[in-house]
Design a protein around this ligand. Structure first.
Ligand SMILES: NC(=O)c1ccc[n+]([C@@H]2O[C@H](COP(=O)([O-])OP(=O)(O)OC[C@H]3O[C@@H](n4cnc5c(N)ncnc54)[C@H](O)[C@@H]3O)[C@@H](O)[C@H]2O)c1
Length: 380
């Protein structure tokens, strides 16, 4: 696992819970921090030399949990060294690199997954099934958003604010890509075009001097004033292949919202709605009666998979459970020596093609906002 910051340790945990693999090495960019984190997580080895890591034949899978701009280079090195990869989203900061990475994984015959965490929730999969089975009728509207508050004040800072590290987009690339993937995953339809409006409400921020800043934590200490060059928030209109319309609000500056990822799909017969912070529940609304569906015995990880089993109904699972479940089919495919999914083929886990869709979405949103017009989403 490469990356010792916010999300890397959760990949370590998810891989272990899945029971498919041992986490052999933790890699980072700073010796002291990486060794300290490896010790805290009980990972037997650590390194800051990625060449060493790639040359190690004992390593079969590399998880890339580093800042956005480094993903393609690290994942390319891993694929070329014959490793399977899990890449964090957004998989790249430009569409061409994202598509090339997906192609490279296919050429090398390596499984390549993307940590689109919210697909890992049982009730998200149930929502997808409800739409696919025709239960809600034909899809008409898809709406919701992903809003947080951890960058709500000028003193809040993170590498995501720096286009050289995070890419040209911030809120949309960081969390809007999750919502976009949910919208396509649950509806089974593709977004064809978008119309976006972006806002940077906080024009200047305090960047910590000499320190590092971790997501969701305020650094404190000495700071310098810097100009902000990416969006705090966005509103996006969407059109889908099946004729549905969508709208989404994305924000990292919405007070009181920690991680509110919410989506509603309104069909001709029923509406289905899900919210991450109440991830065990699904609203199934109808004109005559609405139901709150709660995760039941049938909503779990596939039976017979190794590792820590999915919790029975009534024992709430959450974000870490979702990440674990997301990786189960990925590791199962590797262990079963299954061929890698072809371009555009259905896959049991989110692929780099799905990751590239997210990057194409970010690019379309940026262009739409810049040019104040609808922009087509090119197929990835
Ligand atoms: N799937 C999700 O739900 C989810 C959640 C959080 C973050 N993420 C994604 O995960 C990635 C990391 O985010 P984070 O919040 O954990 O960041 P972070 O800043 O907390 O951690 C990044 C880590 O990468 C290491 N690193 C940076 N450059 C490196 C290099 N060249 N070689 C080795 N290590 C290097 C740093 O030392 C640090 O440990 C981002 O792409 C982010 O979008 C995804």
């Amino acid at each position: 696992v490469i990356g010792t910051g916010f999300v890397g340790p959760f990949h370590v945990d998810a891989v272990r819970r899945g029971g498919y693999a041992d986490v052999a090495v933790l890699a980072g960019s700073d010796d002291a921090r990486t060794s300290e984190r490896a010790a805290a997580l009980g990972v037997p080895s650590w390194t800051t030399d990625l060449d060493d890591l790639m040359a190690d034949d004992e390593i079969d899978v590399v998880h890339v949990c580093t800042p956005n701009r480094t993903h393609v280079q690290i994942a390319t090195a891993a694929l070329e060294a014959g490793k399977h990869v899990v890449v964090e989203k957004p998989v790249a900061t430009d569409g061409g690199s994202a598509r090339a990475l997906a192609e490279l994984a296919r050429e090398r015959g390596r499984h390549a997954g993307v940590a689109l965490t919210y697909r890992g929730y049982a009730m998200v999969r149930r929502a997808r099934e409800l739409v696919a089975s025709g239960e809600i009728g034909s899809v008409r509207l898809v709406h919701g958003g992903y809003v947080q508050d951890w960058l709500a004040d000028p003193e809040d800072y993170n590498w995501r604010l720096e286009p050289e590290v995070g890419g040209a987009s911030r809120a949309v690339a960081d969390i809007g890509t999750h919502w976009f993937d949910l919208a396509e995953f649950i509806t089974g339809q593709r977004v064809t075009e978008v119309f976006a409006d972006l806002a940077t409400f906080i024009k200047h921020r305090q960047r910590p001097v000499g320190g590092r800043s971790v997501a969701f934590q305020r650094a404190g200490g000495a700071a310098e004033t810097v100009e902000v060059r990416s969006e705090d928030a966005a509103t996006v209109l969407l059109r889908f292949t099946g004729g549905a319309l969508g709208s989404c609000v994305v924000s990292q500056v919405s007070p009181g919202h920690k991680n509110t990822c919410q989506i509603e799909v309104a069909g001709s017969r029923r509406s289905v709605g899900w919210e991450q912070e109440r991830g065990e529940e699904l609203w199934l609304r109808a004109r005559d009666a609405s139901q709150l569906l709660v995760r039941g015995p049938e909503d779990g990880a596939p039976a017979g998979t190794p590792g820590v089993p999915a919790l029975p109904a009534g024992h709430p699972e959450g974000w870490v459970g979702a990440l674990t479940d997301l990786f189960r089919p990925f590791y199962a495919a590797i262990l079963a020596d299954e061929p890698v999914p072809g371009a555009g083929a259905a896959a049991p886990y989110p692929t780099l093609d799905d990751g590239a869709r997210g990057v194409a979405y970010v690019e379309a949103v940026l262009r739409s906002s810049r040019e104040a017009r609808w922009v087509e989403l090119t197929a990835a």
